[in-house]
Design a protein around this ligand. Structure first.
Ligand code: PLP
Length: 385
């Protein structure tokens, strides 16, 4: 059976060149980067070269890149450090953030008594910029705004320039979770004036277990993990040298091939929308995901016009992997918090959301297979309804 992988927002297959770079590093560069002998110095050199490569591609300073283990850790590090080391007393965020931001801000609210405000959303799941402005202007407390650049489920893109301008006017710090966008968009963090951003290598054809936090040079954090003083004493622990080497290779490839990959993937997304509209009467799309200008080009959140909590399972039986929220104990999928935030209870009862997410490795044949299987499932439902 032809297997189709359409869950690239969850993770991406590694580029063969990334695997080669990592394998070479594993074989030949096994020293501890903190050791002073030649083996250690070699490992340290590989790591710093990787940092330099990433920084060059992002047009930032290497000292602004702090290696971590993943996007979750990067976001935790930034939010916790803002509260613990920069005196942030208020956080403005949204209900659509990834759990690693949502739960961390909730902890700041419940355990550390930080005031947390959640901005209003429109029916498409986009943030209400006027509400953000009002909230920012409503207090002089030291504030951090944390809003994701692109939503991983419905793909909505944030107007980062607009948010940055509002933060600057109101003297607030600005963190944006760029896990789904760094390496996919030509982001110039200095020009945008963002204070903090985050990256995860496995979202851009790199290895799992490697990520980084971008922290603007002028901002002084203290360590969250203490011990050996690695990462300029910001994150102790022996570094994941081959993961970092793989991440740098993946990042470099993503930026070098960005326009070609974007054109290919955008073409696939447009094709998917057209084919689905033709095959399934009443199909629609959640959030702004069908708006090619206003959404992440790698994500499409399909709203099927019937309820089927086992659709992920049915697609899997046909060899197709997509995302359908988290599974509950019966094997059926629970509606995600993001979908719950933007749909009415009636829409939730009568439709089925599925997220398909593309990469440069997907083809039109993958889409034809997806659409054909979804058409069969839909016809079965419409007949039995
Ligand atoms: N932020 C967003 C927007 C994500 O999509 C993800 C992963 O799905 C994360 C953070 C967490 O990244 P990681 O899997 O590297 O911890």
């Amino acid at each position: 059976m032809q297997k189709v992988y359409l869950d690239n927002a969850a993770t991406t297959p590694m580029h063969p060149e990334v695997i080669d770079a990592m394998a070479d590093c594993m074989r030949n560069v096994y020293g501890n980067p903190s050791s002073t002998h030649v083996f250690g110095r070699e490992a340290k050199a590989q790591m710093e070269l990787s940092r330099k490569k990433i920084a060059e591609k992002l047009e930032v300073s290497p000292t602004e890149i702090i290696f971590t283990s993943c996007g979750t850790e990067s976001n935790n590090f930034i939010i916790r450090s803002c509260v613990e080391h920069l005196g942030v007393q208020r956080i403005i965020t949204s209900t659509l953030e990834h759990k690693c931001v949502k739960e961390t801000t909730a902890e700041m609210e419940n355990v550390r008594n930080i005031e947390v405000l959640r901005v209003g959303l429109d029916e498409w799941g986009s943030i209400d910029y006027e509400d953000l402005k009002t909230k920012l202007e409503s207090s002089d407390k030291k504030t951090l705004v944390t809003l994701m650049h692109a939503n991983n489920e419905i793909g909505n893109l944030l107007d980062v320039k607009r948010v940055q301008a509002l933060c600057e006017e109101n003297n607030a710090l600005f963190h944006t979770d760029t896990v789904q966008t760094l390496g996919h968009y030509p982001l110039n963090l200095h020009e945008l004036g963002i204070d903090f951003a985050s990256c995860s290598a496995h979202k851009l054809h790199g290895p799992k277990g490697a990520g980084f936090a971008y922290v603007k040079k002028s901002i002084q954090f203290k360590p969250q993990i203490t011990g050996g003083g690695q990462e300029r004493n910001l994150r102790s622990g022996t570094e994941n040298v081959y993961g970092i080497v793989g991440m740098a290779k993946a990042f470099e490839m993503s930026i070098n091939d960005l326009e070609a990959h974007r054109a290919h993937i955008e073409g696939l997304k447009k094709y998917t929308i057209e084919q689905l509209k033709e095959a399934i009467p009443g199909v629609s799309f959640n959030g702004l995901s069908a708006d090619l200008e206003k959404s992440l080009y790698t994500v499409l959140n399909i709203r099927l016009p019937f309820y089927n909590s086992l659709i992920g399972f049915e697609l899997e039986l046909k060899g197709i992997a997509v995302s359908q929220g988290s599974a509950c104990s019966s094997g059926a999928a629970k509606v995600s918090a993001v979908i719950e935030s933007i749909l009415t209870p009636e829409q939730i009862e009568n439709t089925t959301p599925i997220r398909v997410s593309f990469s440069c490795y997907n083809t039109r044949e993958d889409i034809d297979r997806l659409v054909s299987v979804l058409k069969q499932i839909s016809e079965k439902h419409l007949v039995s309804a």
